[in-house]
Design a protein around this ligand. Structure first.
Ligand SMILES: O=P(O)(O)OC[C@H]1O[C@](O)(COP(=O)(O)O)[C@@H](O)[C@@H]1O
Ligand SMILES: [Mg+2]
Ligand SMILES: [Mg+2]
Length: 284
């Protein structure tokens, strides 16, 4: 696992350099979710693929920017599912973006995730990583090296931040009431449109909730299970929070039928997730 995390550090520095120096425009292609690909999406994907080609522990790669599975090493043990550049459409307005990695042993599904990591490309480059049974660890780059900032990241029982995703026009009534009730309780809006910086902020500022529900136009939500939802669910649970779907099931139990399947998702500290369960009528 050490080699995999080391490789993630190396690609993080290269992707950061690409973000800072390369063309921010679109290609003529779409990814498997039907989204226009930016040149930076494709470049970040290439950087990650090239880096893991020499890591024999990695059996397969599954990328948000590729249709199928890329087989690397017969003797490999892990499948890495990754979103090379999350929130990439924010790069041209100079907001923070990220990369997300889920490391699965065996068939890629929630219960087989053994480690996950994400990178935030903001004013500084930061990495959050977690392995099974341990608290997430937070690193920050300085002069090309990642230094440990906190070795046990913990969410508080209750936070103050509310990051409500999805188009409000298409929310159902009980979701709208839930979000309104949090604001009426004093929660502050924090939503940049990049799940990496949005979830990172909630994690490091003690707590709150990030939601991306099923909506009338997207009943299964927008965020992809293998490379967005499950890796973050793992980190939130390891930090002492919860990560559930609209029926109150743990996102760590998701079994995608297809690599690009999505799921409604809710990540937060315990107080907010319990409030969500009540609002959604989930039985205790
Ligand atoms: O624009 P919306 O509907 O709020 O969606 C925002 C969400 O979409 C994403 O940008 C999807 O990721 P990609 O940029 O990798 O496609 C998330 O980072 C973010 O939380
Ligand atoms: Mg993404
Ligand atoms: Mg992406």
């Amino acid at each position: 696992m050490h080699t995999i995390f080391e490789t993630i550090e190396k690609v993080a520095l290269k992707i950061d350099h690409a973000i800072k120096t390369e063309d921010l425009g679109y290609c003529d292609s779409e990814n498997s979710s039907g989204e226009d690909q930016l040149k930076l999406d494709v470049k970040s994907d290439y950087i990650i693929e090239e880096a893991f080609k020499s890591v024999s522990l990695v059996k397969d790669l599954i990328s948000e920017e590729k249709e199928g599975v890329l087989h690397l090493h017969d003797e490999g043990k892990y499948t890495i599912c990754y979103d090379p550049l999350d929130g990439s459409s924010l790069a041209d307005v100079n907001l923070s973006v990220g990369s997300i990695f889920g490391i699965y042993e065996g068939e890629p599904k929630g219960e087989n995730l053994v480690a996950s990591a994400y990178v935030v490309y903001g004013p500084r480059i930061e990495i959050m990583r977690a392995v099974k049974g341990e608290k997430p660890m937070h690193y920050r780059a300085q002069d090309g090296f990642f230094n440990l900032v906190c070795k046990e990241v913990n969410l508080n029982e209750k936070g103050k931040l509310n990051a409500p995703g999805g188009t409000q026009q298409n929310w159902c009534d009980y979701h709208k009431s839930f979000v309104d009730d949090l604001f009426a309780e004093g929660y502050r809006l924090r939503y940049s449109g990049g799940m990496v910086p949005d979830l990172h902020q909630i994690l490091l500022k003690g707590g709150g909730i990030f939601s991306y529900p099923g909506t009338s136009d997207k009943p299964h939500g927008k965020l992809r299970q293998l490379f967005e939802v499950i890796p973050f669910a793992f980190i939130y649970e390891q930090a002492g929070g919860q990560a559930i779907d609209a029926k109150g099931r743990r996102l760590m139990e998701l079994v995608p039928a297809h690599p690009h399947d999505t799921s409604p998702c809710f990540f937060g500290s315990n107080y907010e997730i319990e409030a969500l369960k009540k609002a959604y009528g989930v039985k205790a």
